[in-house]
Design a protein around this ligand. Sequence first.
Ligand SMILES: CC(C)(COP(=O)(O)OP(=O)(O)OC[C@H]1O[C@@H](n2cnc3c(N)ncnc32)[C@H](O)[C@@H]1OP(=O)(O)O)[C@@H](O)C(=O)NCCC(=O)NCCS
Length: 267
Amino acid sequence: MEPQNSDRREPRRRPTYTIRRIKPSDFSEVAAILAKSMKDDDLYTAVFPRREEHYDISLDGFLRLTKERYWTPGCVMYVAVTAPDGDNCSHIEKIVGHASWKRTGTSPAAQIWTSENEGGWNGLQLSLCRTQDSLARYFQPNKTIVEKPPPSPQFDDNFPSSIFPELWYLATLAVDPEYRGQGIDKLLAQRGIHHAVEENVPLGLESSARGRKLYDKMGFKLFKTTVIGEMAVPVMVWEPPRPSVETEKAREWQGMNGTTQIYTRYP
Ligand SMILES: CC(C)(COP(=O)(O)OP(=O)(O)OC[C@H]1O[C@@H](n2cnc3c(N)ncnc32)[C@H](O)[C@@H]1OP(=O)(O)O)[C@@H](O)C(=O)NCCC(=O)NCCS
């Protein structure tokens, strides 16, 4: 008979993760991850110094933000989830990370993303979200800030369309604190890189101190430094490699000239 503590026991498997698009049923879980993740984030600390004392307000704010983004044309949102390990039939998926991208530009490739949630029912949902947000702000003063929040640079200040006519912008990247240190951030960021390479468009983001290491490793370059409150924030850009002559020729042959043009004047 086998001894109970035999060395032949199966080693405990490390969970694997997969990335998929967000669904409305994920909103609450994503908001909770954002509220937990941003507790120790330097940028959020500067803007919302009292967010821990008023965790429920912070959570509510992230829920409204998540919903609003979902219905905003050009916003492309992903979640990282636990994947079944093959023989576990009763696997219950858990969301462990989230990334929100925004595709800007007017090219046909950009229009494919913006038309995904444009008009009709989506427009109505977006108006409802915005109205709900205004009402919440009016009736529930934001106690997570001390006085007036410090002025934050707008998207156009950091990524002017004269330099970045087309862009994949990473608005948010967050991993559940209990699942950190397993490379989930990279999986989420790679999804944007995949789109950027396919469409030959640069990626841009404003980096937190924690995120900086990942972006440096992935090949993002410092474009400029912006200031939020009293904090210097790196604005970083990743450029897709120029397509090889063979790829260009193959695309030309397939009549895909339009998709290979270089969409940036960033030096
Ligand atoms: C930045 C962030 C997304 C990184 O997520 P992640 O999936 O833990 O990233 P990684 O697995 O690559 O780990 C990052 C580093 O933390 C280390 N780490 C290990 N265990 C850890 C743990 N339990 N908790 C935190 N960090 C851990 C890793 O070793 C790694 O260091 P290395 O690059 O020297 O190997 C996450 O910390 C986060 O959500 N932070 C708050 C929001 C934020 O700053 N987002 C970036 C916005 S631009």
